[in-house]
Write a protein that binds this ligand. Structure first.
Ligand code: GLC
Length: 607
């Protein structure tokens, strides 16, 4: 027992509470009762300790890690680009996360930290981790068992770096593909999103959230209507009646809550002009009341700041609406920082503007999850999990996901599968050898990047070279300037990496340069196989007619061999469109109102 206990007044620290806190000698039933343990701990806590649990700070904003202890912080996150100062390997992440946790365990009540990260397609911030297809590709698999296996792999790699909370699955139901986060959704059909969202939740948490070392707290996001905004504007306004909101956007939350999801992130967007972060009816009456959600609600990154220009007003509005934990990316020296938040919330409670029972409800929910995850018994990391980061077994699962995600939209004269013994193959398009384009946003950095963004991946070009026969001559001509004597041309085109609002588009046309590249390939007279790397369906114009075969590959991640597996016939095409494919860039190409789509949801050739 460390010195802080001896200073604590005896009436605070009863033996029972001490036993409860340390979880020692508890009868099994008691230890397995997170609710009563949370209640007992809550009764010991000061207001400062309670408010601290409701604060999640970005690791980059914590210049002084000791603030975790000083302010009793309940959570730290690493946003899309908040990496440890001393490198991006699994080992340096584990070291950094452990240092934050050590600070929390030195507080009076030793309440362990919950560390969160956007592991949205594998453990995508960490160099060398396996990067899975983004959700739109996983949606094309229509395979819940495979989604569960993929998230199990992700959970093992996340837990291997000491982190036990993933801000996933995103269970948005994107309606307008102009939205930059279309690829974060499994598809435009609520039933598909519900089925795969449940599979992902179970993959991350296990059959139920537990003290298992690789049981990682899932976070269904972003509640509600993030994918229904007018014109697909990110963080925009979803205008519809309640029946439509419930029909399209609510089912995945009903399903994942039934599957035991332990946290839900609230959406930046608004519903009929009211910011979700201030919507008490939907957050408290519907989510916690009607749906009986027992976990806790976390805000999005500085999202409460968007409620009004007055931070203290934002705090009052969001906490009273039902937010339990607030994600704060700002440290001392910046506006709306975590020190200011704590002082403002404390003042609001003192003034009766935020009821004490609202604070207690929030902290109770957070503590219940931490007890359920066994964090009070142990925050140690199983080093065998650390060793699984980027393992060949994990890459094999991701390669299977890539295979099942590919959708064959056209295959004239059975051009595909190509023979491995083809004599002369020309590959065109810079994207064929760009791992960053293959992975898309949320990869190592928030926006992703071009080139070799991470170790251990295989580009589509490298995969082709590893799959064809030694006698085959492969030429890589990014601009299609060398098509001489080609027996077939593979054109790899697509979108540059992006995330969130940076990916919002006013039009959906495939880039003119890509259309021209495919036309150039066609002019060679050789069969043209086009592979599209994109976070959404694009308007193809002549690109489709100029291609003999056309494959939607979405954003497949690091395992390019999965593409070659199907191109050369080792596996059949099984992917089916997870959303309508627009014929032109008309608006509202949604599940509800398809405007003469080029291809319907569910379309996909098998050969
Ligand atoms: C981002 C995203 C959210 C993510 C969070 C933390 O702005 O909206 O999906 O989990 O911030 O990175």
């Amino acid at each position: 027992m460390n010195s802080s206990f001896t200073k604590t007044p005896k009436h605070i620290l009863t033996a029972g509470c001490l036993i409860c806190l340390l979880g020692v000698n508890l009868p099994a039933a008691e230890k397995n009762n997170p609710g009563s343990r949370a209640e007992a701990l809550l009764a010991q806590m000061t207001l400062d300790e309670k408010i601290g649990q409701m604060v999640q700070v970005d690791s980059k904003a914590l210049k002084d890690r000791a603030d975790v202890q000083k302010y009793f912080l309940g959570s730290v996150l690493s946003g899309g680009s908040s990496d440890p100062a001393d490198g991006n390997s699994a080992a340096s992440w584990l070291k950094s996360v452990t240092e934050f946790q050590d600070q929390a365990l030195q507080t009076r009540l030793k309440i362990p930290l919950l560390y969160g990260i956007d592991a949205v397609h594998g453990h995508n911030n960490i160099d060398g981790a396996v990067i899975f297809p983004h959700h739109i590709g996983m949606g094309a698999t229509h395979d819940p068992k495979l989604v569960e296996r993929a998230e199990r792999v992700t959970a093992e790699e996340v837990a291997g770096t000491g982190i036990r909370w993933a801000f996933a699955p995103c269970i948005t139901v994107p309606q307008d593909p102009h939205w930059g986060r279309t690829y974060e959704g499994y598809g435009d059909d609520p039933a598909l999103v519900s089925e795969l969202g449940v599979a992902a939740t179970i993959g991350l948490q296990g059959k139920q959230l537990s003290a298992e070392p690789a049981s990682v707290l899932a976070c269904a996001k972003h509640f509600i209507g993030d994918g229904g905004t007018t014109n697909g504007v990110d963080e925009g306004n979803t205008v519809c009646d309640e029946a439509t909101l419930r029909k399209i956007h609510l089912p995945p939350y009903q399903a994942t809550i039934k599957a035991g999801v332990g946290s839900i992130m609230v959406s930046y967007s608004s519903w009929n002009g009211v910011k979700m972060h201030g919507n008490k009816y939907l957050l408290t009456n519907v989510l916690k009341g009607e749906l009986g959600f027992q976990g806790f609600l976390v805000s999005d990154w500085a999202a409460i700041d968007q409620i009004s220009p007055d931070f203290k007003h934002d705090i009052e509005q969001s906490i009273n609406a039902g937010l339990d934990m607030i994600m704060i990316p700002n440290g001392p020296g910046k506006a709306n920082n975590y020190v200011e938040f704590i002082a403002d919330l404390k003042a609001l409670v003192a003034a009766g503007r935020v009821p004490q029972e609202r604070i207690d409800d929030a902290v109770r929910r957070i503590l219940r999850i931490k007890f359920q995850m066994g964090l009070f018994e142990s925050t140690a990391t199983d080093r065998q999990l650390t060793a699984t980061v980027g393992s060949s077994e994990h890459r094999a699962v991701a390669r299977e996901c890539v295979r099942e995600s590919l959708v064959l939209l056209k295959n004239e004269k059975q051009v595909l599968p190509l023979a491995k013994t083809i004599k002369r193959l020309v590959v065109v398009g810079a994207a064929a050898d760009d791992l960053g384009v293959q992975c898309g946003g949320w990869t190592i950095g928030w926006q992703g990047g071009h080139g070799n963004v991470t170790h251990g991946g295989t580009t589509i070009l490298a995969a082709i070279r590893r799959t064809i026969s030694p006698a085959t001559q492969v030429t890589f001509s990014p601009d299609a300037s060398d098509l001489k004597d080609a027996d077939a041309v593979i054109a790899v085109v697509g979108e540059p990496p992006y995330a969130e609002m940076k990916g919002d588009r006013k039009e959906l046309n495939l880039a003119a340069a890509d259309v021209a590249l495919i036309a150039k390939a066609k002019a060679s007279g050789a069969p043209v196989v086009t592979i599209l790397l994109s976070g959404r369906p694009l308007v193809l114009n002549s690109a489709l007619s100029d291609s003999d075969a056309f494959v939607a590959a979405w954003l497949p991640g690091t395992e390019g061999l999965g593409v070659a597996d199907v191109l050369f016939g080792d596996f059949k095409f099984t992917g089916k469109l997870p959303r309508v494919w627009p014929a032109s860039g008309v608006r509202s190409n949604s599940f509800e109102k398809p405007e003469r789509p080029l291809f319907q949801t569910g379309f996909g050739l098998t050969d």
